[in-house]
Write a protein that binds this ligand. Structure first.
Ligand code: 5RP
Length: 220
């Protein structure tokens, strides 16, 4: 079993009968969702809220019942991956482009659990370029405003066209080197007109499931 599978499947143990479950996006939480599919097949009764179209498709294939926000008051637990996790359990997310829906769902969850292989654990955030989702209208101007914060944004592209999120927006991947004041940066970026959301998840995590240097599961 690879690291992603070990931590991904472990997280499924936190899901109990009757829960509303936020289903994250990415190659680690993929294993959680697959495990939940097996558990549903064996009689577990849950309802999922997916963080992306990709996850929605996977959950439907696995016959996990889905709901939307108009049908529920809150989410019991959300499980998702991360691109970087610092010692305060702050995150960079959005490598897969789903950061906006991921943040909405993590915020709505009573418990937010992150699953991550050991490569995601860092001293301080910033080696991974910070994804910032922006509306297409005036994105060139939004870019200038981001640069004024001392950040170097690069428009994410696929086949020489701007990458589009599930929400129809663009993403700037931002080189920052080291993030010392994550909370201020998160708020500062979101103050810029045109910025929809950024991939900093500050003080949102309840538990991280990862592996230590001996490859034993640790819960942080
Ligand atoms: C998607 C994300 C993912 O959770 C993050 O990129 C980690 O993905 P993976 O588990 O594939 O490494 O934020 O927007």
């Amino acid at each position: 079993m690879n690291e992603k599978q070990i931590v991904g499947e472990k997280a499924a143990e936190y899901v109990k009968d009757g829960m509303i479950v936020g289903l994250g996006t990415g190659s680690t939480v993929f294993y959680t969702i697959k495990k939940l599919g097996e558990m549903v097949n064996q009689g577990l009764s849950i309802k999922g809220i997916p963080t992306s179209i990709q996850t929605e498709t996977l959950a439907r294939e696995l016959k996990i019942p889905l709901v939307n926000f108009s049908e529920v008051d809150c989410i019991d637990v959300a499980i998702d991956g991360a691109d970087e996790i610092d010692s305060d359990l702050n995150l960079i997310k959005g490598g897969g482009g789903a950061l906006l829906r991921e943040k909405i769902i993590a915020k709505a969850a009573n418990t937010f659990i992150v699953v991550a292989d050991s490569t995601k654990i860092v001293e301080s955030l910033g080696s991974f370029p910070l994804p910032v989702e922006v509306v297409p209208f005036g994105y060139e101007m939004t870019k200038k405003q981001i640069i004024q914060l001392g950040i170097e944004p690069t428009l994410r592209q696929v086949n020489n066209h701007p990458y589009k999120t599930d929400n129809g927006n663009y993403i700037f991947d931002c080189e920052i080197s080291s993030i010392f004041h994550a909370s201020e940066l998160e708020k500062g970026l979101n103050m810029i007109p045109g910025v929809v959301e950024n991939g900093l998840f500050v003080k949102m995590v309840d538990a991280v499931i990862t592996l230590d240097s001996k490859k034993d599961i640790v819960i942080k």
